[in-house]
Design a protein around this ligand. Sequence first.
Ligand code: HOC
Length: 382
Amino acid sequence: MKRLALNIEELRQRAKRALPRFAFSYLEGGADDEQTLRDNRRVFARWRFIPPVLNDASERDLSVTLYGQKLAAPLLIAPTGYNGMLRYGADAMLARTARDAGIGYIQSTVSTAPIEEIADEHLPQHWFQLYVLKDRTVTTGLLERAKAAGCTTLVVSVDAVHFGNREKDKRNYRRPMKLSLPSLFDIALHPAWVWRTIRPAGVPGFGNLTPYIPADKRRGAGGASYFAAQMDMRLSWETLTWIRSQWSGPMLIKGILAPDDATRAFAAGIDGIVLSNHGGRQLDGSVSAMEVLPEIRHRCGPDATILIDSGFRRGTDVVKALALGANGVLLGRPMLYGVAADGEAGAKQALALILQEVDRTLAQLGCTSITRLGPHLLRPQS
Ligand code: HOC
């Protein structure tokens, strides 16, 4: 039996060994020089804990309430695309991991499994992430399907309208969506991965988007490139108002970094925001979500729902964000490392590691619950 990983970095190393280079590059890569990708990790060192002592924190409650629903911890599995590249059934594995731990699961528009399949897992917190497509009928079709599947909450991503320049990723292709010969050779060196990613006959690989992709584009990677060209490049605040009118449940905007955008979102009747630089995959040189969190919390007030992602690998990172005013943290790559390394068991291990670390950090800060966290526990480093 495999030894349990001690931390997310160990799972990352295992994922790197398990995946062919093109798949690991897609998971791992950032935009341009990957400055923002690196800063997303470095930013956490800007705050150090000042742990008060002699507080009885022998029992701790990690639960939080978001939109009237209790979560066992302030965590959600982030929407990530094309997870079938890691292994067949990865989306459902992640969904079950979230369900069994009592946290939220956000399904991507570009998940490999369709919404209806994930609905069969009966998640109490099944959220849907929307990429807005220029064909409004496709967008409304996705929204209708999300409602019918019982998705409680909508997360509209607004930061990938113009796709980031991911050079690590590009190196593996000879032209868009066509792998280079060395990449194909590298795949041949990973027979276990090939075996794990094989879809049963008749199962299309384009998840939610299959019905909207013309039959002649549904082969191989053709569907993904077809879809990339369908993104609504004119996405604007007016579009958001239109989506708001189509969705009666809680709706969040994901990909906010500018404080003015944050206040505008709430003024426009949006129920929450996700501070994110898309894991450093979009605009290189943009600030880290953690950097703008204190200002955005201050500007939006104590009642605004503010979630955050990009760069979280440790429970201490999560606790720092909560102390600075985030209501919850989305976990992307850490969960993908887990699922790539060891399937559902690996995803569960990744989440367990972060949960244990959050719990231990709370204990060491003398906090009995998430509500006790605040900026008084942190000191900014110059
Ligand atoms: C093709 C449209 O969020 C990523 C994902 C998927 C983005 C798909 C955009 O790679 O960052």
